[in-house]
Every structure is written in C-alpha cells, then in structure tokens.
Design a protein around this ligand. Structure first.
Ligand code: MN
Length: 413
C-alpha cells in the first residue's frame, strides 16, 4: 500500500497507520479532527465539507461522537481515507487547490486533547514493574501481593488533569514524611518521576449493570496513545496506604496527541503471556491476541543538553494483563464505560535494567543514579528536565508509530 504523500521509511505516520487527533491551525482556530500522514495533517472536517468523506463526525472539537459510532463505522471511515490517500487515486493527488485546503504541515498546527475523557483508570499490569516496586518498598521475597496474579490491579484516576504532549508541568507541592522523622513536612516534591505507559481509549460503552465480556472487547476498544503518568514518589510513599495513589498522581498525566486505531495494529498482535500459575478465573480468559509488539523509548533532555538522550528501551509486549482482560475486569461489576474514557496500562518495564519504565526503577530508588553522557547524573527528575516518550511497531518497510509525548518539569509554584 502506497500513498501519493511522500515520507521516509521510518516515518511514524505512513498510510498503514492513519491515527486520529484534534487540531487547530493559524487560519482556522476551530478545533477539529484530522489524520496524520507523513509530515502532514489531513483535515477530516474539511473532507466532509467537500463531500469527500461520507460521515458527519469531524467538525466536532473531540472524537467522542466518532468513538461512539462503533467498530463498523471506524473501519468504514478508515478505508475511505485510505482510499483518498492512495497513490492510484487522483482525487486529491491531482487537485492542488483541494490539497491546499485539506493538508497542513504538522509543524504548523496545534494539537489538542483528542477526546472529552470522562473517566480515567490506571492499571498496574506489568509484572516486572510490580515485582520491582514490591521488592523496593516491601519484601523482595514476596514482591507481588497475593491478588496480583489473579486480577488486573488498578485505581480510578483523575481525568481533569490529563494534558496533551508539550504541556509543561509544575513540580507539585505536598506532604511527605522524611526518613527517620516522626512528623511530615510540606514542600516541593523531591522525588519526581515519570511512568512509561500506554493508554487505551474506549469507543462504544456499555450500560450500567451490563458487563463487557472479554470476547467482546474489540467491539468497544477504539485505539492507543502513549501515556506519561507523572508520579511524585515521596508524596506517594506517605499517602498511599491503605487506599492507593491520590495526590502523587493527580498533578498531571500527559498523552500523545494521535490515537492509533486497532485496525492499524492488527498485524502487530502477538501471543499473550502464559498465565498458568495461577490460571485466571474464566471471566478473564480468552485466546484472542491482545498483546502487541511495540518498541517504546524514554528520553531525557536536561537544561544542559542539546539533544535528548535515551534512558529506557521497553516494549508493550511486556504486559502481563492485556487490554481485553482489563476491560472485562473493569466492567464485571456492571460499571459503565463511556466513549472517550481512557485506561492506562501501568508502567511498562521489561526484564533488563535498561528497560525499566520509571526512574524509580532505572536508578533503583536512588541507589544507582543514571549516568548521562554529558557527565550529569539523575536519581529523579530535576527542574527543567524534559521527558520525551516515543514508540512504534515495525512493519515490513514501514512503521506504525505514536510520534511522541513530551513534557518539562518546571519549578514548584
Ligand atoms: Mn501509573
């Protein structure tokens, strides 16, 4: 499959990808939907106006109505756009006036949060991550709590502070308990961290009281983004017992602007990890492949650096609990999901020490500082450090990628 739009083999946005996002431009400040192709954004709202796209979703400032349209509709729109972008199709290829109206350079547009995210849930589904954190904070011999291998552990997060890539974040203030002290202190977080995660957008929801079965997950799941679940470790350590994360996580959660639809990811599905010891309960069992081979990378750019430097290479395949299990578990009580809801994977850590998805693990609780090539060291994130996450699946001669999610930590207010 080839487009008349030219791009390099390592572009994240070939015709095989076609991720959805919400953008505005200098000429038109109205938020509307677009698709990324090469270095361009294709204006889907304008395509609808020109009568070139048989749909009525994309003049909206969010993708929620499209998400609620359902799997057939997602597929229908995708194939219409793919057809318009093919090198064999003259409609846009040979019409420079039309091309002028529907294509923007990605560098020239502003990206926005792609959906109205009503509810946000964060899971804890990487076994390597949960084992590392359990070993550091509890007991290396019993790093996983007894429930961990039986259900995808998660907590309900905060959607109001989900921000799009490029939004800078102020270091939070909060309450922490200094080591060896009897009284908590108040002040700027000292152990600021990132978490490398993937976020899944819900398409069609379910009615209250009607769980989504694991076999029906593909009818409900719309697509994926990269997530940085910023974490204030010292605040977390003091507050999290017995009810889990609260202020350590609600300061901000950053997402990449382009949502990759699952249809673009089908060929990167691989076998799920073996779950035999123990075998999950039947409502969490399925042979459908919901594990994806996608390379993930975290870079840091300190104030003194000219170019970012890689500090973590991980892969989405390192998840123990998959998306279908997470959705089935989330709704088994009858909890209703709505179009635009997002759930994140939990920190994705691989097996090797350079594949850990947080600074907490990479620098092992500060005991093994990360050595950067310019001589600097890091145990946690310092003011004006920028964290950049990126990821892609490698096809034959093309990549299906996310672009990036980045954010800088500014000093506390
Ligand atoms: Mn997290």
């Amino acid at each position: 499959m080839k487009s008349f739009i030219e791009y390099k083999e390592d572009s994240h946005f070939p015709i095989q990808n076609l991720p959805y996002g919400i953008f505005s431009s200098h000429e038109n400040s109205k938020k509307r939907a677009g698709i990324a192709i090469g270095e361009f954004v294709l204006d889907l709202a304008q395509l609808e106006k020109e009568g070139l796209l048989n749909s009525n979703y994309f003049s909206n400032s969010t993708l929620n109505s499209f998400m609620s349209g359902g799997k057939k509709e997602w597929s229908n729109v995708r194939s219409q756009v793919q057809e318009l972008l093919m090198d064999t199709n003259p409609t846009l290829r040979d019409n420079s006036i039309l091309r002028e109206k529907v294509f923007y350079k990605q560098l020239d547009v502003t990206m926005h949060i792609p959906a109205n995210i009503g509810d946000y849930t964060d899971f804890y589904s990487s076994k390597n991550h949960a084992t590392n954190v359990g070993a550091m904070f509890r007991d290396p011999e019993n790093a996983l709590l007894p429930n961990w291998l039986h259900l995808p552990v998660g907590y309900h997060g905060r959607s109001s502070s989900i921000v799009v890539s490029g939004t800078d974040i102020h270091r939070p203030n909060g309450q922490t308990m200094p080591l060896g002290s009897d009284n908590p202190v108040f002040g700027p977080c000292r152990l600021m961290d990132f978490e490398l995660e993937m976020g899944c957008f819900v398409g069609t929801g379910n009615n209250l009281g009607e769980p989504i079965s694991i076999e029906n997950a593909s009818e409900h799941l719309f697509g994926l983004v990269l997530v940085n679940d910023w974490s204030a470790r010292d605040i977390q350590k003091w507050e999290y017992v017995p009810l889990g994360p609260f202020l350590a996580k609600n300061l901000a959660t950053s997402i990449s602007p382009w949502i990759i639809p699952f249809e673009a990811l089908d060929e990167f599905r691989i076998e799920n990890p073996i779950q035999e010891n123990p075998t999950p309960l039947p409502y969490l069992q399925s042979n459908d492949k919901w594990t994806f081979d996608m390379k993930l990378e975290v870079q840091i750019k300190t104030e003194k650096m000219e170019n970012p430097e890689t500090i973590c290479n991980s892969n989405y395949k390192y998840m123990y609990w998959n998306l279908a299990q997470q959705l089935a578990h989330h709704t088994i009580t009858g909890c209703n999901m709505n179009p635009g809801d997002m759930f994140a994977s939990g920190t994705i850590s691989g097996e090797e020490s350079d594949s850990y998805g947080s600074m907490l693990e990479l620098a092992w609780k500060g005991t093994m500082p990360i050595q950067l090539s310019n001589g600097e060291k890091r145990k946690f994130i310092q003011d004006n450090d920028e964290i950049i996450m990126t990821g892609y699946a490698q096809g034959k001669g093309y990549r299906v990628g996310f672009g990036e999610v980045k954010g800088k930590i500014l000093s506390a207010k």
